[in-house]
Write a protein that binds this ligand. Structure first.
Ligand code: NAD
Length: 493
């Protein structure tokens, strides 16, 4: 490891102080640590602080102390958030290197599109921060209701490992734009880039305590964060199984939740589609970030007469994907995040009784958690493979015979996060929009998103939205004040 790389991270992080609380770096109160390793070759990267309830309490109190002044100054919020966007763009290479090292995502993405996406979120919500105001409701001649949107105060956020910088920006930008302060726990597998983001936010002038970052494990941080009396709302991104536990704990404490959870998203390919574009879209969606994308449309439903041809197109495109060292700028697919996740992918694939596809472009780094892009055409419809989110580079192709069967198969899942539909028929496109139970429906495109495009799961894929005005709405609460100009007379009088 090039020691200069560590100059990118706050120096305190090297001394195991990875809790960023009130603008200072701390060790865990009990000095506990955990090892963070790289999925590229399993090399040790850092000993991070392993936060416990006492550390959560300290972070929440720091957020609480910063809440009032942050809530009261929308134009300051807007200015600071624009500076954060500038810092992100100005440190694209450093952020990319750290994220690639920690998550295994190719450097072409982490120092490229990811940077613009993360910076764009701060810009987008900066535009909102100084425009949040209420409305008034006339109530006859003598009374007026003023309806205001207030911040919640301190929000607890917990995030997933798959797109660490973008996941952090997706939580932080709308939460702080609306005048809240927060405590964020990044995933234990890939916390490093969020620590670098903390340093950049501080440099941009974010007041101490507005955002606090604590590293650690799920239940050890999650439970005290969710149940802390000063935390008013929870925003969670992760698996549906964990989301259910988070929602249960928040429900017990009567706190509202935003849940961005898993998916098993379909891609539907009709005979009238541009098949070459559809096949590239299927391959991109199934294999980008080694399949570790919540909106991956890796469940590909193809009308039967073109299934063999379409499968051949996908195989040809997949064989040529460059899989290997994510620091090579030509690499398209890196490793899977951990040995545990790789084992899960293998376990879901076991018993399928088929050889893996041939991959001239598959060059795994020794010791890394690599899996070749794999296309599966024969499996039992009720198997775990067919029903569960795989979160690995695996595409499954199914046939359908009629349009009705296509909609029915697409919706036949507990999830409802995303869907991609390929057709040249405007009628089918309209049917897809009406009939698919999904937070987002892409017609003749896939993964086309912007900071302003709401994305939220239906069914077991979640509650609430990320991005757009919808995300901001859920981080504000409504207060109504009714004022009478004349004296109020009791009906009992
Ligand atoms: P995970 O549920 O295992 O962990 C997510 C986060 O929850 C981590 O920070 C973890 O430490 C924490 N956690 C674990 N147990 C907890 C508990 N009991 N209480 C509180 N927090 C707890 O998920 P993962 O494996 O990190 O991420 C992959 C999942 O995330 C996939 O299902 C993917 O689809 C989903 N995801 C969804 C979106 C979306 O926008 N819908 C985006 C990214 C990822």
């Amino acid at each position: 490891m090039d020691t200069k790389l560590w100059d990118l991270l706050p120096p305190a992080c090297l001394a195991k102080s990875t809790l960023w609380i009130g603008g200072e770096w701390y060790e865990a109160a009990d000095s506990g640590t955990f090892a963070v390793s790289s999925p590229i070759d399993d090399s040790a990267l850092l000993l991070a602080s392993r936060a416990q309830a006492a550390d959560v309490d300290r972070a929440v109190r720091a957020a609480g102390a910063a809440a009032a002044s942050w809530a009261n100054n929308g134009s300051m919020r807007a200015g600071v958030m624009r500076s954060i966007a500038d810092e992100i763009r100005g440190h694209a290479q450093e952020l990319g290197v750290i994220e690639t090292l920690d998550s295994g995502r190719p450097i072409s993405e982490t120092a490229g599109a990811s940077i613009e996406h993360a910076a764009g979120l701060f810009d987008y919500y900066a535009g909102l921060a100084d425009k949040l105001h209420g409305s008034s409701v006339p109530m006859g001649n003598e009374a007026t209701a003023i309806v205001e949107r207030e911040p919640f105060g301190v929000i607890g956020a917990i995030s997933a490992w798959n797109y660490p910088l973008e996941n952090a920006a997706t939580k932080i930008a709308p939460i702080i734009a609306c005048g809240n302060t927060m405590v964020l726990k990044p995933a234990e597998q890939s916390p490093l880039v969020t620590l670098l983001l903390a340093q950049l936010m501080q440099k941009a002038g974010l007041p101490d305590g507005v955002a606090n970052i604590i590293t650690g494990f799920g239940p050890e941080v999650g439970t005290p964060l969710i149940t802390h009396p000063l935390v008013s709302k929870i925003s969670f991104t992760g698996s549906t199984a964990t989301g259910r536990r988070v929602a249960a704990a928040a429900g017990e404490a009567l706190k509202s939740v935003v849940l961005e959870l898993g998916g098993k998203s379909p891609m539907l390919v009709f005979g009238d589609a541009d098949l070459s574009r559809a096949a590239s879209a299927a391959v991109f969606s199934a294999f980008k970030n080694a399949g570790q994308t919540c909106t991956s449309c890796a469940r590909v439903l193809v009308v039967r007469p073109i299934l063999d041809h379409f499968t051949a197109l996908c195989r040809a495109a997949a064989e040529n994907l460059r899989v290997g060292d994510p620091f090579d700028p030509t690499t398209q697919i890196g490793p899977i995040i951990s040995a545990k996740q790789l084992a899960r992918v293998r376990q879901l694939m076991s018993g399928l009784g088929r050889a893996q596809d041939c991959h001239p472009g598959f060059h795994p780094v020794p010791g890394g958690h690599f899996f070749p892009p794999t296309i599966v055409t024969k499996f039992a419809p009720d198997s775990d493979f067919a029903r569960q989110e795989i979160f690995g580079p695996v595409m499954a192709l199914h046939a359908f015979d009629t349009d009705e069967e296509a909609w029915q198969l697409a919706n036949d899942t507990e999830y409802g996060l995303a869907a991609s539909v390929w057709t040249s028929s405007i009628h089918r496109a309209e049917q897809a929009r009406r009939l698919l139970v999904s937070g987002i429906v892409w017609i003749n495109c896939v993964h086309t998103l912007s900071a302003g495009t709401p994305l939220g799961g239906h069914k077991a894929s979640g509650i609430g939205s990320e991005y757009g005005l919808e995300a901001a709405e859920q981080y504000m609460k409504t207060k109504t004040t009714v004022t009478m100009s004349k004296g109020w007379n009791s009906p009992f009088a």
